[in-house]
Design a protein around this ligand. Structure first.
Ligand SMILES: Cc1cc2nc3c(=O)[nH]c(=O)nc-3n(C[C@H](O)[C@H](O)[C@H](O)COP(=O)(O)O)c2cc1C
Length: 180
């Protein structure tokens, strides 16, 4: 599986990504983390050239990312909630996946979406974030097989206080990986 971490700080999204990877490594389940914010990725110009041939004109880290995505059936997207939405880093990554929209190479891949927020659940901030990820999946014709929200995570390690929820999620993610 590929885990896309939508925050570049070594915070909650990163911590969760690392925990997923360690758990997968222990059971020899293939798992690779991509942090778009730490890569060289140009902003999509909207030129639409990729609509013609499924190829982006830019040569940057998305070339490699796209090759990796093509090979994987299970993608996990973890994003901090920002203004009730997904992070800009993750949105930029999604925009640059447009070459795969044209060729329908995202279609039917499994997607797991995770939103992390500082606010409490009843304020619906992370719910809106999850909705934005699900909308992406619908547009890409991917299948959302799991979704999870973590709330009350303001500081970088706050998610580690929600151990049971983290472990449940990881266990369900591994089950999805083993179905393939
Ligand atoms: C620009 C910005 C906007 C944010 N907007 C929200 C928000 O709308 N709702 C919320 O609950 N938390 C918001 N937060 C807090 C982050 O979601 C929270 O700290 C999260 O744990 C960060 O994840 P990270 O540690 O992986 O970076 C915002 C943080 C930043 C930097």
């Amino acid at each position: 599986m590929l885990v896309i971490v939508g925050s570049r700080r070594e915070g909650n999204s990163y911590n969760l990504g690392q925990k997923i990877k360690s758990a997968c490594d222990a059971e020899r389940i293939h798992c690779e983390i991509i942090v778009p914010g730490n890569q060289k990725i140009h902003l999509c110009t909207g030129c639409m050239d990729c609509d013609k041939n499924g190829v982006c004109d830019f040569t940057d880290d998305m070339k490699d990312n796209i090759e990796k995505i093509k090979k994987e059936n299970l993608i996990v997207m973890i994003t901090p909630t920002r203004w009730n939405l997904l992070s800009g880093d993750l949105k930029l990554f999604m925009d640059r996946l447009n070459p795969l929209y044209t060729t329908k190479e995202l279609k039917d891949k499994k997607l797991i979406v995770v939103a992390i927020a500082a606010k409490k659940k009843e304020l619906y901030s992370s719910e809106a974030t999850i909705s934005s990820l699900i909308s992406f999946a619908e547009s890409a014709q991917m299948k959302v097989v799991l979704k999870e929200e973590f709330n009350e995570c303001l500081n970088a390690n706050d998610i580690l206080n929600q151990e049971e929820k983290v472990n449940n999620l990881i266990s369900n993610i591994k089950k999805e990986a083993l179905k393939d």
